[in-house]
Design a protein around this ligand. Structure first.
Ligand code: ZN
Ligand code: FE
Length: 760
């Protein structure tokens, strides 16, 4: 009897995750013949043998795939039997445009960790140990398909030992592209002034001595350099702040193990799950007060702390060699520059910051920062999406022409859509910084060439802000068509894109810091109705106020305050106690009076700033969103109080009664924390009233929340509590950030569908 045969195509994150050896073993276990290979669209399998064996194979493939794989689709087709006599792994095949997803970088696995600390193992204390279940991926890939000659390991030929493992289908390192050992692979060395300490063990030992001594070290990691120092050592942390020109923005801490982490922050089950997840992100959680393991200067005036666990073999080696059990680990850069990732660049940019450099020889293909996440009120929330998540695909689109969406100017990311898969880049940063702008250009080039897209095929999408750097760059990219998308509609669409429910009508709330509105005003407190396919119509918004200095007001809470307060009757003198606004406030009022450099705004982010100013935050901010974060922290941990009035009048949410209440309570000396709480309550309550009305009128049961303001957990908690008895479904971002890091995905969605509509 002729054997049955079938061909199978598997799409998703299936390369570089031990998929072929897995298929090989599974085929052999079911006595099937055939082959497997990495194709450009994923893994391709041909099988022949007994019908039962084929069915068992497909069942196991569906139900028990390799741990690191993320399968999106398995296509099985009947095929003609070829009468093969064995099962083989074939060389990668190149055909058309690659659409395979590149696996994100993976943390070192338990099996490798065991070998790392086993003196009898060949890779004992080898900082680049890895296998098919773990190690670098996106940060070493130079081209597709994923194979050693197209990785940054191309210059290290395998020795016999590694080659044997690499070729042995029964081995954990079978086709592990970055495989290496201390005999044939790259190593680490330490650079201190003009001397070099060679050797993995020696350099790590010396690095640990320096860390214990309070020195600041530049340490090469997966996607770039970190600046590291003892987190318990105030002097070291203060020195790091001074040298890095980073006054107040919190630093993240790497804790030796989960137990140490639990001593630093309160870990809920959800938070701990994120902490140990494959992405190994920085997780924000409530700090435990009085921990001696973290100096106060690590996260000043902040009751949250960002914590992560070791994820490379090197991190484990540092802790095992006696490094302090909590280390500040922050992206190696000067304030606002992108993370350094090339050795020469790192040494020149970081000399003067780092006392020594712990340098690994394996080149980094592209810069990828640590990701930042939180176990949010409505589920996990990514605040910075980078290492461990990039470059996974974040959404399935209809198959259109390739789309390139260039995002917004702050917290920039870009999105490339090819053959129905949307790839959102790693976090790039603030494009007003020249180095970040260069990184933005590089990332566009990188992604386009990775997926072999020609610029003239591209639908290029940009923000509607005419003065955005990203907009100007988009105009010069030479795409076949250009399209602009309004910022806050893109925020809403980013949530819908994650779910792929394109024609679902929703009520979308975009509470944000800033963004260019339809008429050129500064938006940021908008409510829309519609769907991605039919478009979003603005149905309500925050009452408009003047904003002296425009987007520049984001830097100075008192300047934003001047705008909102100028709309109030019977205003007390705010330069007097208890407000003590500085001169900048009066200057701002003057601008408004003379209508100079004054714009209309509906930004809820600026309303938070204004309130922070009224409660005492009258200085300049030193990082984006600082005043609003300060206000949220202030409101934490006080008993619930009556919310301030923030009435929805149909089309408008009126901030005037809200600010009047803040001012009069402040004047009569009410506790600042209570005022901050009542303000949050007011915003939530007002929004709730608006939503209930709009959802009823429009007969829509689905609400989307996005925009930077929704990084505020207290606001979300309050809203969730108010909505708990309503039959409304709340959608928030989970795969991309609710801040401007999610804009590019939303842009791609809206533009993609308008092209589809046009061609119909
Ligand atoms: Zn491993
Ligand atoms: Fe935004």
């Amino acid at each position: 009897m002729m054997p049955s045969a079938c061909s199978i195509r598997v799409r998703g994150v299936v390369q570089g995750v031990g998929f072929r050896p897995y298929v090989y073993r599974l085929a052999r276990a079911n006595t099937l013949k055939g082959w497997v290979l990495n194709g450009e669209e994923g893994v391709e399998i041909y099988l022949e043998g007994a019908e039962r064996g084929l069915q068992a194979f497909v069942r196991d493939l569906r139900t028990r795939p390799p741990a690191a794989a993320a399968i999106v689709e398995i296509e099985v087709h009947r095929a003609q039997s070829l009468g093969l006599t064995e099962f083989t792994i074939r060389e990668s095949q190149r055909r058309e445009r690659p659409t395979v997803r590149i696996s994100p970088d993976l943390p070192v696995c338990d099996a490798c960790l065991e070998e790392l600390f086993d003196p009898s193992n060949r890779r004992y204390r080898y900082p680049y140990i890895n296998c098919t279940n773990c190690g670098p991926r996106y940060t070493v890939v130079l081209g597709l398909p994923y194979d050693r000659p197209r990785t940054t390991m191309q210059n290290w030929p395998l020795d016999e030992y590694c080659a044997n493992e690499y070729q042995d289908p029964g081995n954990r390192r079978f086709h592990a592209q970055p495989v290496a050992c201390s005999a044939c692979g790259p190593g680490y060395y330490l650079r201190l002034d003009n001397t070099v300490v060679p050797g993995n063990e020696e350099s790590i030992r010396k690095a640990v001595l320096l860390l214990k001594d309070g020195s600041i070290l530049a340490v090469k990691g997966l996607g770039g350099y970190h600046l590291a120092c003892d987190a318990a050592n105030s002097t070291a942390v203060i020195a790091l702040r001074e040298r890095k020109y980073r006054k107040e923005k919190p630093f993240a801490v790497m804790a030796r193990n989960p137990k140490v982490a639990r001593g630093l922050v309160k870990l809920s089950a959800e938070t701990e799950e994120l902490l140990v997840s494959r992405a190994r992100p920085i997780v924000l959680a409530p700090a435990r007060t009085g921990s001696s393991e973290v100096a106060a200067e690590v996260a000043p005036e902040n009751n949250e702390l960002g914590v992560m666990l070791p994820y490379t073999p090197l991190h484990h080696l540092l802790f095992a060699a006696g490094a302090p059990k909590t280390l500040v680990m922050t992206s190696a850069n000067r304030s606002s520059e992108p993370i350094a990732f090339e050795d020469g660049e790192a040494i020149s940019r970081l000399s003067g910051i780092a006392d020594a450099f712990l340098i690994g020889e394996r080149p980094i293909a592209r810069r990828v920062d640590d990701s930042v996440v939180r176990a949010g009120t409505f589920g996990p929330m990514i605040l910075r999406r980078s290492r461990g998540y990039a470059l996974g695909a974040d959404a399935a689109f209809p198959r259109t022409r390739p789309i390139l969406a260039v995002g917004a100017d702050l917290k920039n990311t870009i999105t490339l859509v090819v053959d129905g898969q949307a790839f959102v880049s790693q976090h790039i940063g603030d494009l007003s910084d020249y180095e970040s702008f260069c990184a933005f250009r590089e990332t566009i080039r990188d992604m386009i060439s990775m997926y072999e897209v020609r610029p003239e095929e591209l639908l290029v999408v940009h923000d509607s802000h005419p003065e955005y750097v990203s907009t100007a760059h988009a105009l010069g990219l030479g795409g076949f068509r250009l399209q602009s998308v309004q910022h806050h509609r893109a925020h809403i669409a980013s949530v819908v894109a994650e779910r792929g429910d394109w024609s679902r009508r929703i009520v979308g709330v975009s509470f944000d810091g800033t963004g260019y509105g339809d008429g050129g005003n500064i938006w940021g407190g908008e409510i829309f109705v519609g769907s991605v396919t039919e478009g979003f119509e603005r149905v309500a918004h925050l009452r408009s106020a003047p904003l002296p200095g425009g987007d520049g007001a984001a830097q100075y809470p008192v300047q934003a305050a001047a705008g909102f307060l100028s709309e109030l009757d019977s205003l007390p003198d705010l330069t007097a106690e208890p407000f003590a606004f500085p001169k900048r406030y009066k200057d701002a009022l003057n601008l408004i009076d003379k209508k100079v450099r004054t714009f209309a705004t509906t930004s809820v982010g600026r309303l938070f700033d204004a309130t922070a100013a009224l409660l005492g935050f009258t200085r300049e901010i030193t990082f984006e969103g600082q005043a609003a974060m300060w206000l949220e922290q202030l409101a934490r941990g006080v008993p619930a109080t009556e919310p301030y009035p923030f009435p929805y009048t149909g089309e408008e949410l009126d901030f005037r009664p809200l600010l009047h209440s803040v001012i009069s309570d402040r004047r009569r000396g009410r506790d600042l924390c209570e005022i901050a709480y009542a303000f949050h309550g007011g915003i939530a309550r007002g929004l709730y009233d608006a939503l209930i009305t709009i959802c009823k009128v429009e007969d829509i049961p689905t609400v989307v929340l996005s925009g930077g303001v929704f990084q505020n957990e207290l606001l979300q908690e309050y809203l969730k509590e108010l909505l708990k008895n309503e039959k409304l479904e709340i959608w928030t971002n989970h795969a991309v950030p609710p801040n401007d890091g999610g804009i590019s995905l939303g842009q791609a969605a809206i533009a993609g569908f308008s092209v589809l509509n046009r061609s119909n």
